[in-house]
Each structure stands twice: as structure tokens, then as C-alpha cells.
Design a protein around this ligand. Structure first.
Ligand SMILES: *Cc1c(COP(=O)(O)O)cnc(C)c1O
Length: 422
């Protein structure tokens, strides 16, 4: 048996794998050329200027077409997209929004920035929101559920949609980590009332920063457009919306996407099928090979494996200690892997755990809810248990077959040395 690199042996790889930025690692002349066009046209703003290139609008049209969506609105970030979505739905002070215990801090953070209070739903074996836990966390102040397909796997949407319908509340799909994921044949992000996307550097396709909001409801679209701008409605003819500002304008934030980001994103968007195809091919092959070599290996459950984009292979270990030692030993072999979010539910972040906002008097947490919100470490026990037991191996879209073989070799080597599945 070969000695682990962690213990001074020779690592399976002498160099690291390609970096885990699926969109950025396939940047090339396409992004450069369209961004250059915007520069040479001296026209970086989407709504006016000389010789407009229409990149942001073309991006929105491409999203609508490729995802069989109705409307898309490009914004400046995934966080902005979440805020625009909640503002479009009229969510605010005195409202609660259900979020999963396993997500990035931006999901509940955006709720707080919309003056509402997040409440946390546990996860199931998919590491995504457990639809069976919704009833426990629901009360009459809840106005929406935000589901978050974590790291490339879909959420089980049918029971979520059925629950939301029974309570007459909205569903937002936070697609930040999972652009391209499908559920029962439909693109996730188009199933709920609003879908939100992030185009930040870590995500599947990227313009460094950026995001989008998707909806089928024209009145939600109108409010989203107004909020992402200064409350006004430009380009009325594009959607045939004709509500007068005298009656419908409100104060908005400026979350407009620039033409430079739009140009880069439009070219990235065209590469999404190639990126996903490559990640999924490697993911499925590596999963099958590890299954053959490591008896008892367990993967994160998935409600619709065909709809996964395969951006990460999630391995679930019997214990958190086993997961941590496997992760550390694998990294020493020069194969990147990680335990998500320090192995903790999102509500353990200090600002969320202590329910602190930036506002005076701790608005909006100060709202006198009939059922007060409280937070305790073990309130979502499956998240507490599963998150630190799960190690993710990212699948770069530019992995070579040799790289993929190294991942398998390193994981098998670490398994044989540590026997963490025994
Ligand atoms: C990254 C991320 C966001 C925020 O996106 P930004 O573009 O960085 O603002 C929101 N939700 C989830 C689940 C994310 O992973």
C-alpha cells in the first residue's frame, strides 16, 4: 500500500488540478471579442449611448430561449437578484421567509436586507431543503420559500410547489450554484414564481460579478425591472407593459448590469451546455469508478440524477471525523476537495445566529412576531449531522481524462489507507 502524501509519501499528482472556476477557466477569444466591441463602440451602458451593442438584452433573450422561460432580467449579482425577487413579491417588514439550513450566507442575508426575517428548514439526504420539514417551520407570517439547489443537484420541487400552493405563498429558486440544473425535464429556476442566478466568479458561468432574475409573471417582472432600476420603467415597448409611473413608480436600488458584464456573460452563456456536458461526464464516470473500487461508498442523494449538472461529486461519510481526514489526505495528494461552509448550517454564521442587522434598533429582527424567531445550534439536526460528513470533489469542465483518472486513483489510495467507509 502506498504511503499517503499527508504522511510524507509521494502525492498522486505533482501539480494541482485545474482551478475550480467552471466558467472562468473556459474564458477565451469569444468573451474578449464581444467585450472589445463594447469598448470600441464606447457604449458600456445598456439603456442609452452611442452605437449600442445590446449585449445585456441579448443575454436576457438567450436565457429565456434556452431555459424555456418567459422573462429574464439581468442584474449585478446573485444577492441583488434575490433582493429584486423578494421586492417584486412585496416581501418586507413583518414577513418571514423559509430558507434551507444548508446554503450560502447570501440567501438568508438577502432576506434580512429585504427587511424580512429568515427561518430555517432542515435538509434531507440530498443536502437540499427537506420538503417534509416545511410544515414544522411554517407559520402565518411566512410569505415565501427560497429553495437552493446546492452544488449542482436539483431540489425535489413537486412537494415544495404543492406545499407553497396549499399555503398561498411564493417559491423563489436560488440557482446561484446550479445554473443549468433541471428537474423532471424543466430548467430549475423556471419552476417557482421567480428564479435567481449568480454570475460571480465561483459559479457555473461568470462575468466576475452578475446575476439574473427569471419569472413567468409580467407583474412580477415589472416590479423587478422597477426595483433593479430607479423605480422607473424604461423600454416599455419591449414587454408591452404600460403602467404609468404616476401610479406605479417606487424607489429602487440600482442593480443594472453593464454592457461589459453583459458581453462577457452572453459568450459564457453560449458555453453553458459544453461546460455542463463536460462536468457531468466526468462526474458520472468518476462516481461509477469509485463505486467499483470502494465498497460501501455513499453519495449525496439526488431527486433527479438526470437533472444534475455534475459540478461536484458529494461523498457522504459515516462520521464527520472520517470526512475531515479523507478531505485532508485527498488534498495532500493534490486533488482538491472540500467540506462546505466549515461543516456548519448557515444559521451558525454570527450575524444570523445573533440575529443582527445593520439597522437601528435591530430592524427588521425587532418585529413583534406572534411566534418569535429563535435560533439554536441543533434546530436543524440533519443539517448539523450531514453537512460536516459530506466531502465535495469539484469537477472542472477542463479536466482531462488523465486528471479524472488521478482523482479516482487518489480517492482510492486515501480510502485504502484510512478505511473510513469500513
Ligand atoms: C454565491 C451565492 C449567492 C450570491 O451570489 P453573488 O453573485 O455572490 O451575490 C446566493 N446564493 C447562493 C446559494 C450562492 O452560492
Amino acid at each position: 500500500m502506498s504511503k499517503l502524501a499527508l504522511h510524507g509519501g509521494t502525492p498522486v499528482r505533482s501539480t494541482p488540478l485545474p482551478p475550480n472556476y467552471p466558467g472562468a477557466v473556459v474564458y477565451g477569444k469569444e468573451e474578449a471579442e464581444l467585450a472589445s466591441k463594447v469598448i470600441y463602440a464606447q457604449s458600456p451602458f445598456r439603456y442609452y449611448g452611442p452605437n449600442m451593442q445590446g449585449a445585456v438584452e441579448a443575454l436576457e433573450n438567450a436565457i429565456v430561449q434556452d431555459f424555456d422561460a418567459k422573462y429574464a432580467l439581468a442584474v449585478t449579482s446573485g444577492t441583488a437578484a434575490l433582493i429584486v425577487a423578494m421586492k417584486a413579491l412585496g416581501i418586507g417588514y413583518g414577513d418571514k421567509v423559509i430558507v434551507p439550513a444548508n446554503t450560502f450566507i447570501a440567501t438568508p442575508g438577502a432576506v434580512v436586507c429585504c427587511n424580512a426575517v429568515p427561518v430555517y428548514c432542515d435538509v434531507d439526504d440530498s443536502l437540499n431543503l427537506d420538503p417534509n420539514d416545511l410544515e414544522r417551520v411554517y407559520d402565518e407570517d411566512v410569505k415565501a420559500i427560497i429553495v437552493v439547489p446546492i452544488l449542482g443537484n436539483p431540489v425535489d420541487m413537486d412537494p415544495v410547489m404543492a406545499f407553497a400552493k396549499s399555503k398561498h405563498i411564493a417559491v423563489i429558486e436560488d440557482m446561484a450554484q446550479s445554473c443549468g440544473v433541471r428537474y423532471k425535464g424543466r430548467y430549475a429556476g423556471t419552476i417557482g414564481d421567480i428564479g435567481t442566478f449568480s454570475f460571480q466568479m465561483n459559479k457555473i458561468v461568470t462575468s466576475g460579478e452578475g446575476g439574473a432574475v427569471v419569472t413567468r409573471d409580467v407583474s412580477l417582472l415589472e416590479r423587478a425591472i422597477r426595483y433593479h432600476d430607479q423605480g422607473v420603467l424604461r423600454h416599455r415597448t419591449r414587454y408591452g407593459i404600460d403602467s404609468p409611473d404616476e401610479l406605479f413608480a417606487f424607489s429602487g436600488q440600482n442593480y443594472r448590469m453593464s454592457e461589459l458584464a453583459g458581453a462577457v456573460m452572453l459568450e459564457q452563456w453560449k458555453k453553458l451546455p459544453t461546460i455542463v456536458g463536460s462536468m457531468k461526464t466526468h462526474h458520472d464516470r468518476i462516481a461509477a469508478e469509485l463505486e467499483a473500487e470502494i465498497p460501501g461508498i455513499r453519495y449525496r442523494a439526488c431527486p433527479d440524477p438526470d437533472g444534475s449538472i455534475g459540478s461536484n461529486l458529494g461523498i457522504v461519510f459515516p462520521t464527520a471525523a472520517g470526512a475531515a481526514s479523507f478531505n485532508q489526505a485527498l488534498n495532500a495528494e493534490n486533488v482538491q476537495s472540500y467540506v462546505l461552509y466549515g461543516g456548519k448550517p448557515v444559521y451558525m454564521n454570527p450575524s444570523l445566529f445573533h440575529m443582527r442587522s445593520a439597522e437601528k434598533n435591530n430592524f427588521p429582527y425587532d418585529y413583534p412576531f406572534k411566534q418569535p424567531v429563535s435560533i439554536s445550534e441543533n434546530m436543524c439536526p440533519r443539517a448539523v449531522d450531514l453537512i460536516p460528513r459530506t466531502v465535495y470533489i469539484p469537477m472542472s469542465p477542463v479536466l482531462s481524462d488523465r486528471d479524472a483518472a488521478d482523482i479516482v486513483e487518489a480517492a482510492v489510495k486515501v480510502h485504502r489507507a484510512l478505511q473510513v467507509f469500513a
